[in-house]
Design a protein around this ligand. Structure first.
Ligand code: 5GP
Length: 114
């Protein structure tokens, strides 16, 4: 069992975290330092370091993560108001944890950043 990074420890329930959803492929949990009223991270249960490691074989995981994010937005009732989905990659993208993760942000009007 590989628990090398903090997200793996959360997935394997080795450390406490508020898990919102989990299935065989992905886990969703609350971000420890929320940047908006709702800030949930969706991660693959198997380590994929970043979007740079997405390939022909594992590309389905991005769709699964997105589908789970939308399901959570519906369940927590912020689907209609809207939300932001972000994936950071490596140093210039602001990625700090080397385990692919999708940020699901909502609960307020988020400023444009592009
Ligand atoms: P990144 O900057 O890599 O895209 O996002 C990493 C995110 O993980 C940050 O928003 C940070 O607050 C969150 N994070 C870091 N350590 C922990 C932790 O131990 N538990 C949880 N729930 N979130 C964490």
């Amino acid at each position: 069992m590989n628990c090398k990074n903090i997200f793996m420890k959360i997935i394997k329930k080795k450390i406490k975290s508020k898990i919102i959803y989990q299935n065989k492929k992905v886990t969703a949990f609350e971000d420890i330092e929320p940047k908006s009223p709702i800030h949930i991270l969706i991660v693959p249960n198997k380590i994929i370091k970043s979007t740079n490691k997405i390939n022909k074989k594992n590309k389905h995981i991005i769709g699964t993560m997105t589908y789970v994010a939308i399901k959570i937005a519906k369940k927590l009732n912020f689907y209609k108001d809207g939300y932001r989905i972000v994936i950071n990659c490596n140093k210039h993208g602001g990625q700090t944890i080397p385990h692919l993760h999708m940020h699901l942000l909502g609960g307020k009007i988020l400023g444009n950043f592009c």
